[in-house]
Design a protein around this ligand. Sequence first.
Ligand code: SF4
Length: 380
Amino acid sequence: MSSLDARLGVLRGAAPPLPHNARTLAALTANPSCDRRSLLDAAGIDKDALVAHLGIPRPLRKSQLALDYGIAFERQVTDQAGAPLVPLLRQALGLTVDEVSYEDVNSVGSDKDKSPLGLRHTHTRLRILSAAHRKTKPRTLLDHPVLRLTVAGHQAYLEPDVIAFQRDGIFHVIEIKSFPVVHGQPDPAKATAALTQAAAYVLALRELLNDNNLPKDRVSDTVILVNPRNFTRHPTATLYNAAQQIKHLSRHLSRLRRLPELLDSLPPGTTCDLAPGPDTKPARPRDELVAALATMSPYYTPGCRHHCDLAPHCRTEARNQGRTQTLGTTVTGDLAGIDTIGTALALADGHLHPSRDQEAIAQALRHAQRIHSDLQRDDE
Ligand code: SF4
């Protein structure tokens, strides 16, 4: 075990690590300034268990109905050796009939529903390299592949929906999503989230090729989303350029390499350990856990509630500290360099003399204060 693993193990405590996945990677890019999230995810700490022990409301999960609908749609698209998918890809990517072949690596060499991730990864790797070297007939569709991506020195398993391999040797990642495309337009937020997930798969595929001395540019920036069309269950395939998401994720992953620095900033022995006591509940006093979390620097924004289970805890903490970030990204941007609401108010009413960097903002705050006072006088 490396010393980095050992230090992350101390931070995690007795529980086994939860691996990164495309969703956690996408969440990291949503708030790259949050050291707390970076540390918790790198250590593989179960945030849901933290939330339960902190006694704060658990985030709403997708309903079982919505999950079942998503699974049914994916099965519908990849049914019969990908038969419904092939015409969509043929149209989207210009594949010809004789190129299309299909392999499902969900269960490898057994009748089990799913083989272990490691085995599926080995199988995926061999299929992709074989196709890339063209020793066998190129695989056009690889269903349920498993890729690996290095995240902060760790290998994270990722499961794209499908990888398509085109005749000219370019790989494309395909994501099957159950949110609809209505009159050619998907929900922008959902499409961006799907493209960020796909970006993780693109980077993992590039890492695999690069590790085997193959050019990374054989994995396209163009990814394909397959969604229900309008309000039907008929699938439609749309090409998207995910270059921005790939660049963004790649930049953030390289920033994660400064994990040792983040760990150095913690007091020795800091841990989020939730080892159970005799009653099977975590033995750790809640206050101790809160204190351990407080040593990891957060960067709360109202957007956290969309991607992080700890949002209610971090929001309360930020409000108690009067952090400007609780007021949203626009206000945080306007008050750049001023961390607390108390400082902003003190600058506005003249109780605090601005530093040279704060002079322009202080002037704007005093102007806003005057307008507010005038309006209040008019109302009286
Ligand atoms: S909710 Fe907290 S831990 Fe999660 S990203 Fe936001 S600030 Fe970081």
